[in-house]
Design a protein around this ligand. Structure first.
Ligand code: NAD
Length: 478
């Protein structure tokens, strides 16, 4: 059996434990066992990472997009070849079902491939001049050194979006990956190292999150921030970025509505949306939370959805028959218990689940709530866990208003066979992403991003490359 990763920082092309001696244990959320110890970067490692990134940027920006493409494609191929090992490390440290973990690595390789290709097509433009003999050019340039902050729910793919966009644009990057799930990101970074990324272009650090962001964001060498995580932390980091006039991409939380109209095949849609809800134990920023179900199909839908939830096999993500793994850390168990208790106190009914499973590991039952009053916390706070709220509705305009009323605006979903209604719903949903009649979000070539409190900017797609470029205007006579 493969051993868990030997955990290191990656600075200036070297894997290192750093000099500080600081660090923390990484736990397996299925059995609470210590997997390894992750070193923390302190001032001297951060100084070294910035110096390395400056050197890396000078070299990488001069390299042709075609040469960069070749290295990135090779890294993506190595990720595919090592997907079993990286995926296994991810399941051990994060808990998700191993099939999902491996798929995440494969999809992340697609993200790197997409950006590698797109880097070759980072076209500028020529603007017709008013004066004869003048050429007016818009020339895209890499924005500079990037500081990326990625979270623990998708340890590889969230980092891949930042690394892929930055490297394809010709930027160097210092990425702070999650301390709780550090092994799989290191596995990905090794692929870039082995593919021949020059020293300093990609640097990986772990540490005390606030210390790292407070050092990196204001640093004069850093030109761009990309953060994925919670709304409160995102607002704090966006304010810091603003104070230092740094460009920023913010991918924050959501509270996705799922609209189920009365003309659908209830069993099929209940099965499909269950897959979406219980994936990664609900710890997904685009996980549907509020299920608005038309009253004509409400009883059937809730019965089928609840039945599926009741029969889910919850266990260690490495066991072949597990359908949902543990929550990634004990904080999520506390969050589930508190948000569900609050709903129950206010009158909600538990159709299934509602409790922690056992005392070892962070297992929690897939939970379905009905009769949830508007003032329950779960109606406005992102649960970020395995709980779905069933809410009947009658009228389309009324349900659209309810779906849009929260300050979040990340993902939204709807199911109906009525094309006119689907168009109306897509136009009316005030969210950064709308997926109708299937789960079509988070593909490398399509933009991913939110509005309102869910953040700003996009990852993936051509927008996700432009996020790492600035347009220089050059006008030239003669
Ligand atoms: P948290 O708010 O403490 O941390 C969220 C993420 O931000 C973590 O990755 C953490 O390392 C990082 N972070 C925290 N403080 C930071 C700082 N000062 N500087 C830089 N990074 C910092 O919450 P948590 O308990 O780890 O996660 C729970 C909440 O986070 C959830 O409720 C969910 O809303 C949100 N979350 C969102 C996503 C997403 O994909 N948008 C991913 C993970 C977590």
């Amino acid at each position: 059996m493969m051993m868990y990763e030997d955990l290191k920082l990656y600075i200036d092309g070297e894997f290192t434990s750093g000099n500080s001696g600081a660090g923390e244990d990484v736990l397996n959320p299925s059995n609470d066992e210590v997997l390894a110890h992750v070193p923390h970067a302190k001032q001297s490692e951060l100084d070294a990472a910035v110096v390395a990134a400056e050197k890396g940027f000078a070299e990488w920006r001069k390299m042709s997009a075609f040469e960069r493409y070749k290295i990135m494609r090779k890294a993506a191929e190595l990720m595919r070849a090592r997907a079993d090992d990286i995926g296994r490390a991810m399941t051990m440290e994060q808990g998700k079902v191993n099939v999902e973990a491996k798929l995440e690595v494969m999809m992340s390789a697609d993200v790197i491939d997409f950006f590698a290709e797109e880097g070759k097509r980072a076209y500028g433009r020529i603007i017709p001049a008013r004066v004869d003999g003048v050429r007016q050019m818009v020339i895209p340039e890499p924005v500079g050194i990037v500081a990326g902050f990625s979270p623990w729910n998708f340890p590889v793919s969230q980092a891949a979006r930042k690394i892929g966009g930055a490297l394809a644009a010709g930027c160097s990057i210092i990425v702070k990956c999650p301390e709780e799930t550090p092994g799989s990101p290191i596995g990905m970074v090794r692929c870039f190292h082995d593919a021949g990324v020059p020293a300093g272009v990609l640097n990986l650090v772990y540490g005390v999150p606030a210390e790292l962001s407070e050092y990196l964001i204001p640093h004069s060498s850093i030109r761009k921030i990309s953060f994925t995580g919670s709304v409160p932390v995102g607002k704090q980091l966006a304010a810091l970025a603003g104070a230092h006039m740094k460009r920023a991409t913010m991918e924050l939380g959501g509270h996705s509505p799922m609209l189920i109209f009365d003309d659908i095949d209830t069993d099929r849609v209940a099965t499909l949306t269950s897959g979406l809800k219980w994936r990664n134990a609900g710890q997904v920023c685009i996980s549907p939370t509020r299920f608005f179900v038309h009253e004509k199909v409400y009883d059937n839908f809730v019965a089928k959805f609840t039945d599926i939830a009741k029969n889910m096999k919850v266990g260690d993500g490495l066991d072949a028959d597990t359908q949902m793994g543990p929550l990634a850390n004990p904080r999520r168990i506390n969050a589930m218990e508190s948000i569900i208790a609050d709903a129950q106190e206010k009158g909600a009914k538990v159709a299934t689940g509602g409790s922690r499973i056992g005392n070892q590991g962070n297992f929690f039952e897939p939970t379905v709530l009905t009769d949830v009053p508007e003032d329950a916390r779960i109606m406005s706070e992102e649960p970020f866990g395995p709980v779905a709220v069933m809410l009947p509705f009658k009228d389309t305009d009324e349900v659209l208003e309810r779906a849009n009323k929260l300050p979040y605006g990340l993902a939204s979903y709807a199911f109906t066979h009525d094309a006119g209604l689907a168009t109306k719903v897509a136009d009316a949903l005030d969210h950064g992403m709308v997926s109708i009649n299937h789960h079509g979000l988070a593909v490398p070539e399509t933009p991913f991003g939110g509005i309102k409190d869910s953040g700003y900017g996009h990852e993936q797609s051509i927008e996700g490359l432009q996020a790492y470029m600035s347009n220089k205007f050059v006008t030239q006579m003669g």
